[in-house]
Design a protein around this ligand. Structure first.
Ligand code: IMP
Length: 181
């Protein structure tokens, strides 16, 4: 594992860099197959998905456009406020386009349900979801995810774009936050 001498405590590894890379390659192949020959708009949900998004789009071999959407549902800690806010909207209309939402993690599903409702109102040709992580036991409402990297338990994870209080996003692996640094 990469050395981080300025961290007093590193999150305990749950999913390694190698496993993440392999799984993203598989997801990229599935997505390439699905959208072969079709123009695709890929939406990164900020901030958490930016690293997954950057790796995933490079494993998709069909032409695509990148869009960014800012959403926040968490405060500075590890519990959801339950309220979703759009902090940055798409710059282009998605009407009549194939749209793939790229998210870091689906926990209760509140954020993704809100996003699916908001974007489907804009009449895309198709609307699908790719989430790196999914906590099935935390889901509060039925939700269909089209591409899932890894299913995990009800634990709070950080790294590879995911944060706790804005920190740990730069770690190349997914780790368990056992206690605060
Ligand atoms: P949901 O609305 O409860 O599904 O939460 C979705 C958002 O909560 C994600 O986009 C993350 O930003 C955040 N989140 C949920 N679980 C975790 C976690 O274990 N680590 C870091 N962020 C999380």
């Amino acid at each position: 594992m990469t050395d981080y001498p300025y961290f007093n405590h590193l999150p305990k590894p749950l999913i390694s860099e190698v496993k993440i890379r392999q799984r993203i390659r598989e997801l990229g192949e599935l997505i390439t197959d699905e959208y072969r020959g079709q123009d695709l708009v890929v939406v990164s949900v900020l901030k958490g998905s930016f690293i997954f998004f950057a790796d995933l789009i490079r494993s998709i071999k069909t032409p695509l456009h990148c869009e960014f959407m800012g959403l926040s549902s968490y405060g500075s800690g590890s519990t959801s406020s339950g309220e979703v806010k759009v902090t940055l909207d798409l710059l282009e209309p998605i009407e009549g386009k194939h749209v793939l939402i790229v998210e870091d993690i689906v926990d209760t599903g509140v954020t993704m349900s809100y996003l699916l409702k908001t974007l489907s109102n804009r009449k895309p040709l198709s609307l699908k979801v790719a989430s790196l992580l999914f906590k099935p036991d935390a889901l509060k409402q039925p939700l269909e995810l089209d591409y899932v990297g890894f299913r995990i338990g009800n634990e709070f994870v950080v790294g590879y774009g995911l944060d706790y209080g804005g920190r740990y996003r730069q770690l190349p692996y997914i780790g368990l936050l056992e206690h605060e640094n």
